[in-house]
Ligand binder design. Structure first.
Ligand SMILES: Nc1ncnc2c1ncn2[C@@H]1O[C@H](COP(=O)(O)OP(=O)(O)OP(=O)(O)O)[C@@H](O)[C@H]1O
Length: 264
């Protein structure tokens, strides 16, 4: 039986501007379960990245709260939080001449300190993470020389090496080719199963997410947040409500989106 790992209570996300705060989403009430993979879906600008940054403590909520394992995010120290939440963002990391293996090893820094030496145990965890994501051949390369997709895999390996019970990933499959998208999503799902990790992913890969996720959060500016299983959200019409646009409609029977041609 899963239990709650992350809870949002009346969470209002947004930014503090010069003329006051600007709301992006909320108030949101929802939870993420331990051992489950949850995908966050929504159109551009819905507030997915803002929500992930807020849940990981990078951004302060405008109001409301987030609890992780029953403790308010604000009660964690920075070093405690680094052992609890792994965050993979889409921004390019500023890593200078760092090699891939060194960047993945940075995932161990919450345990070793920034300049700390890796123990044999740390090295094994780094090797395991490299192997799981399949980036062994990239290990000696400078990070700056990687393609977008290769770099994305390296950032995922770094998060795996961090061995946190909760991982948030912002569009982790954005730059990947189709087989790599599926491979990474399957890997993240098996991580949720076998390590009981709470995995929360924002993605535009709707069809993959709907097949692989345990639960889905739909977010947009008009309808707010709706959560459920992929099957439940298809059956109650929510997927259609969030994603039907001119030229596209969700087919709940077939379980996929159909593109409507003008000549049909
Ligand atoms: N630093 C910022 N200051 C003010 N507003 C911001 C900031 N970053 C993002 N926003 C605004 O917040 C809203 C939500 O942005 P966000 O990046 O969270 O959306 P998203 O759902 O992740 O979009 P996408 O799918 O395009 O990545 C947008 O209107 C965006 O312009």
């Amino acid at each position: 039986m899963s239990h709650t790992a992350v809870e949002l209570h009346g969470l209002l996300t947004g930014y503090q501007g010069r003329d006051g705060s600007v709301k992006v989403s909320g108030p949101l009430d929802a939870c993420l379960n331990k051992g489950e993979m949850t995908c966050l879906l929504g159109p551009n600008g819905a507030g997915k990245s803002t929500l992930l940054k807020t849940l990981s403590g990078m951004l302060s909520p405008l109001s409301g709260s987030v609890t992780v394992d029953g403790k308010s995010l604000t009660d964690y120290s920075v070093s405690e939080l680094a052992k609890v939440i792994g965050l993979v963002l889409t921004e390019k990391p500023a890593v200078g001449n760092m090699k891939v293996e060194q960047l993945v090893a940075m995932g161990r820094s919450p345990y070793t300190g920034f300049w700390g030496r890796l123990s044999d145990y740390d090295r094994k965890i780094v090797d395991d993470a490299v192997g799981l994501v399949g980036i062994g051949p990239l290990c000696g390369r400078p990070v700056a020389s990687l393609s977008d997709g290769e770099r994305q895999k390296v950032m995922i390996a770094k998060a795996l090496a961090q061995q946190t019970p909760v991982i948030f990933l912002d569009e982790p499959t954005a730059f990947l080719d189709f087989p790599s998208k599926v491979e990474i999503m399957r890997l993240l799902r098996s991580l949720s199963r076998f390590r009981q990790t709470t995995v929360f992913i924002s993605t535009h890969d709707l069809e993959i997410a709907l097949q692989i996720a345990d639960r889905v959060w739909l977010l947009d500016k008009h309808h707010g947040l709706k959560t459920g299983t992929p099957r439940g959200l298809a059956a109650d019409g929510s997927l259609g409500v969030y994603f039907d646009r001119e030229g596209i409609c969700y087919d709940p029977l077939g379980g996929h989106f159909r593109i409507l041609m003008q000549d049909q």
